[in-house]
Ligand binder design. Structure first.
Ligand code: JHZ
Ligand code: ZN
Length: 413
């Protein structure tokens, strides 16, 4: 770990939490017939013993990760879109937002989070570097600045009078190269009394639920309220509130504002994380063997299906799905195809393992004996959408937290 210094505190003492070896880039779907060697990069998660921030030791530059071909669009997961709507409604009510207010969304993707604000007449601005999703946002009338949000961009926005009542940073803080500058910038584009609301998968939940596949190069950091507090302090922000939410296998939603003393409610959560062992090596020690157990269990269940002569498919061409498939070494010899609702992913191949991605209708056409649920974080939604398949005897292989088979009755279908 000699070359690596903590992106938060500059510390050099690290605990190795997870080492997945050489991995492809999780969202870089491959065009069929693309003869080119795919880029890979070591994927290793370490935790700074100084400030407790978990971070990957190496990742390709953001331009490579979030370039032209970035295929992820938020709007294909109904559960996520419903959570966006509920969150927007809550903020509109709580912060009394109206036509004089501005909401800025950092990493606004396809604009799905800003749409409910815009519909309610609140002014919005999205900022996102990925062209495909940004084009979609613009088509839907969400003004989108195509850029990486940085401290420098924040200053130019503030100088032009672009300041917001609410700055949203949902599933983006974990992705940035310079999280302190990013947070400082978020503070710089706040009106007096404004708040930054950030969301991220909780590293403590990730470890507890064995969600090792949430570790990939895009996620430069795996955050806790504790590590966000350490980043925020260095960015001139204080923690106001911390709320656990169910998304993405267990996330936190934190409210930040300008200032230096965290509020009592937030301190209570920080104390709670301390009691769970957020600063202790022991708390993270099991992730690596959990990942090995998941690999063994998933391979066993897939092989059982194949041995019985049944076809196995997978659901969700998710970034985490690419990690799961590559870590478990499941190629087209074991998994026939992956289905996904997102047309930007269909017709391509999963990175590394090169399994074709097809529209969800392939489920009806092929009737696979079992389906490995790669987007396990949305398993309830997927089960209800695939109720007919499950009722007809279809089986889900759910890999996380422990690989198991789920059938119609497990979902009350
Ligand atoms: P999903 C994404 O990660 C992208 P991924 C990113 N890396 C990030 O940080 C996190 O989110 C937060 C599809 N689907 O959300 C949609 C259906 O087809 O688990 C998606 O392609 N039908 C920036 O990619 C995929 O599955 C459905 O019914 O790991 C889910 O991907 C549902 C519910 C989803 O995240
Ligand atoms: Zn540190």
């Amino acid at each position: 770990m000699n070359a690596h210094a903590c992106v938060c505190c500059g510390g050099k003492s690290f605990q190795v939490v997870l080492d997945l070896g050489q991995m492809p880039l999780a969202d870089r779907l491959v065009h069929p017939n693309d003869p080119e060697e795919e880029p890979t990069c070591p994927l290793k998660l370490v935790r700074c013993r100084g400030c407790s921030l978990a971070q990957v030791t190496e990742a390709p530059p953001p331009r490579v990760l979030f370039g032209e071909d970035f295929p992820y669009h938020s709007r294909f997961s109904d559960t996520l879109v419903a959570s966006f709507r509920a969150h927007a409604e809550e903020l509109i009510a709580r912060r009394e937002l109206d036509a004089d207010s501005l909401v800025i969304d950092l990493g606004s993707n396809d604009g799905a989070m800003l749409e409910p604000f815009a519909r309610a007449g609140v002014r919005v601005l999205g900022i996102d570097p990925a062209d495909g999703p940004a084009d979609e946002a613009e088509r839907r009338g969400i003004p989108t600045r195509r850029a990486f949000f940085t401290a420098a961009l924040a200053q130019s926005l503030a100088a032009a009078g672009v300041v917001a009542d609410v700055v949203l940073a949902k599933n983006v803080l974990a992705h940035v190269e310079e999280p302190i500058g990013f947070l400082r910038g978020a503070g710089d584009v706040l009106k007096p009394g404004g708040v930054v609301v950030a969301e991220f998968p909780s590293v403590l939940e990730l470890v507890r639920r064995h969600a090792f596949d949430t570790v990939y190069h895009e996620h430069r950091c795996c955050l806790s309220a504790t590590s966000v507090a350490a980043l925020a302090r260095r960015a001139g922000l204080r923690l106001e509130r911390v709320e656990p939410i169910e998304l993405h296998g267990g996330s936190l939603r934190v409210t930040l504002s300008r200032g230096d003393e965290h509020l009592p409610e937030a301190n209570a959560w920080l104390e709670h994380e301390r009691s769970l062992g957020v600063n202790d090596d022991a708390c993270y020690a099991g992730l690596s063997s959990a990942a090995a157990d998941v690999r063994e269990g998933v391979r066993r269940l897939v092989d059982q299906e194949r041995a019985a002569g049944r076809q196995v498919a997978a659901y969700g061409a998710a970034a985490k799905g690419a990690i799961m498939l590559n870590w478990c070494d499941l190629g087209p010899d074991r998994i026939d195809f992956v289905v996904d609702r997102n047309p930007h992913k269909q017709g391509k191949l999963m990175p590394g393992v090169r399994i074709p991605v097809r529209p969800v209708e392939a489920m009806q056409d092929e009737r696979p004996g079992a389906v490995l649920v790669l987007a396990w974080n949305f398993v309830e939604e997927i089960a209800h959408q695939q109720a007919e398949y499950l009722r007809a005897g279809g089986r889900f292989i759910v890999p996380i937290p422990e690989p198991h088979i789920a059938t119609a009755s497990d979902f009350g279908l």
